[in-house]
Design a protein around this ligand. Structure first.
Ligand code: FES
Length: 159
């Protein structure tokens, strides 16, 4: 059986495929170099030279179950429960994507569906480790809450 309808010689078809692959590989490498191929939170794993993040929130504004989103300021959430105010990293412990707040019920990771409760404990894998708790301080004179994203504190720590 012959293929009379094919007009491309085999060598030209092979060349075309090689050119396509070379172009695709070059584009993939370029996107990786620019961080586009990383998990959304991967860039957050690079140490921040300015780890003290001043929020506009005060202790008086925080009520149990409240979660404030500071992913853009420093990849963390400020939250409160019955015991007080605390801060959690937004970086998923599985592969570094940024978790999304689900309000008082906790956090969910959009990458592989790990789930954490409000205190950052894993309620559903594949993540195995809890979210890191970060140091929170009140800064005078206005009493604004400041989070040190470079300092991990025990999970029970509250302001
Ligand atoms: S990075 Fe969050 S579940 Fe995989």
């Amino acid at each position: 059986m012959t293929h009379e309808h094919s007009t491309d010689p085999p060598a030209a078809e092979g060349q075309s495929r090689r050119t396509f692959c070379a172009t695709a590989c070059a584009l993939m490498a370029a996107s990786l170099l620019h961080g586009e191929g990383q998990a959304p939170g991967a860039a957050e794993q690079t140490p921040d030279p300015h780890p003290l993040k001043l929020t506009e929130a005060t202790r008086a504004q925080m009520t149990p179950g409240q979660v404030l989103d500071y992913r853009k300021l420093g990849a963390f959430y400020l939250a409160a429960d019955d015991r007080g105010i605390f801060a959690l990293t937004a970086v998923c412990t599985h592969r570094g994507c940024l978790v999304l707040s689900e309000g008082p019920s906790g956090f969910g990771c959009p990458c592989h569906d790990s789930a954490y409760n409000l205190q950052g404990e894993v309620t559903e894998g594949p993540a195995k480790l809890p979210l890191r708790h970060l140091e929170v301080k009140e800064v005078e004179p206005k009493g604004l809450l400041q989070v040190d994203i470079s300092t991990t504190v025990p999970p029970g720590t509250r302001l």
